[in-house]
Design a protein around this ligand. Structure first.
Ligand code: PMP
Length: 406
């Protein structure tokens, strides 16, 4: 991965999107060079349908479910919308966590508005884990549909889905999980985990962008209510010609990820830990966000004391990472996720998410450590010229930081 004329880009933004896996690239390219609508009955159409079926089986193997429990979609956004719209019942509230992706929060609001019901938000602890007692309280008051993410996109913090399912089912609620950040990175077993619905997006683990899945447990769910109307594709639950090249890429990425899931997770975790330790040792004011163990192996969410994320990222253009803020209504807003965990606005604005993945190398991490430490020292020197400290946050000057949004 590289750019012309500048340092090679060190890609540490796998939670935004992962590079396409070679296996997925080969499968997608082959499908793009073939012709055939998976609904056509002639040989070309049958070949396309066979390729789609094989992809469905591969994703089912990764999730440990049955292929006919899977509906292909354009990604997790669509899958989340389809799940919530289909499972919500009039008069039932929707219970979600405070750290869900907008593809759940916004869908929940839309579904609740249409049904004249309410969205109930369950908080998280300082380490990003769910306040399970709040979930129990929410379910005790009214019947509900529960949607709790499997792993957070900003911090990587994992939900205890076994417990969430147990609590929800005991209260008679269906449970959906947005597992976009978990699938393909850690094992998941849907035969054991009694989730009713699950969403995923292929591009987070090496499939092309624009293809995803909604899993619907057989037998437990009322009918799926399609978001759009059209032909009988995906048994009428998702009308529209199937994205065969994307779907076969998703199947190939699922198979490649499943082949070495545990080894890959261990390797990525050790690179991530090395990165965090080196950065936090060199820059003593730096804090790590999220539960130290209950999180994805590839995510490092770091708050650089007094060093705004946008200044840091500008000072290390060779690193592709994300800041803990999002553009809302034309202004940069600090991350809802970090605020929900109890970080201040300033802390949230000084937070960067580094996310590693299957193609991250030890060399990437060694260079990233150097770039981050160097950027922190330069940003610190620019913002706090009257101090002698070279590391972030240990001794600020008289004048305080120049706020990037001032
Ligand atoms: N949920 C989570 C947790 C995500 O991280 C993302 C992607 N950022 C989505 C949903 C939406 O996925 P897509 O854009 O592929 O539909």
């Amino acid at each position: 991965m590289g750019r012309t004329g500048v340092d090679p880009l060190i890609y540490l933004d796998y939670n935004a999107t992962a590079p396409v896996r070679p296996e997925a690239l080969a499968a997608t390219t082959k499908a793009l060079t073939a012709v055939g609508n998976a609904s056509s009955v002639h040989a070309a159409g049958r070949d396309a349908a066979l390729a789609v079926n094989q992809a469905r089986e591969r994703v089912a193997a990764l999730l440990a479910c049955s292929p006919n429990e899977l509906i292909f979609t354009s990604g997790a956004t669509e899958a989340n919308n389809l799940a919530l719209r289909s499972a919500a019942r009039p008069g039932q509230s929707l219970v979600i966590s405070a750290v869900e992706h907008p593809a759940v929060t916004e869908a929940a609001v839309a579904v609740a508005d249409a049904a004249g019901s309410k969205v109930h938000t369950v908080g998280v602890h300082r380490d990003g884990t769910l306040r399970l007692e709040e979930l129990e309280e929410a379910l005790a008051t009214s019947p509900a549909l529960v949607s709790i993410m499997a792993a957070n996109n900003e911090t990587g913090v994992l939900s205890d889905l076994d417990l969430v399912v147990k609590i929800a089912h005991e209260a008679g609620a269906l449970v959906h999980s947005d597992a976009t950040q978990l699938v393909g990175r850690l094992p998941i077993d849907l035969r054991r985990l009694q989730l009713d619905l699950l969403s995923l997006s292929g591009h987070k683990f090496g499939a092309p962008q624009g293809v995803g899945i909604l899993y619907v447990r057989r037998g437990t769910m009322p009918a799926i209510r399609p978001l759009v109307h059209g032909g009988g594709h995906e048994r009428g639950r998702r009308p529209g010609t199937l994205n065969v090249p994307g779907i076969v890429g998703l199947g190939a990425a699922a198979e490649a990820a499943a082949r070495c899931l545990d080894q890959e997770a261990a390797r990525i975790r050790s690179l991530r830990d090395r990165f965090e330790t080196a950065v936090m040792t060199a820059l003593p004011g730096t804090r790590r966000n999220g539960h130290p163990d209950l999180r994805l192996p590839g995510v490092a969410s770091l708050t650089f004391d007094g060093l705004p994320a946008d200044a840091m990222l500008a000072a290390m253009p060779a690193i592709a990472a994300s800041e803990g803020s999002a553009c809302a209504a034309g202004a940069m807003e600090p991350s809802r996720v970090l605020l929900a965990m109890g970080l201040s606005r300033d802390e949230a604005e000084c937070t960067i998410r580094f996310s590693l993945g299957y193609a991250t190398t030890a060399d990437d991490i060694d260079s990233a450590i150097r770039h981050v430490i160097d950027a922190a020292r330069r940003v610190h020197a620019a913002l706090y010229p009257n101090t002698t400290t070279t590391a972030s946050g240990t001794a600020r000057g008289q004048e305080g930081p120049r706020r990037h949004d001032a």
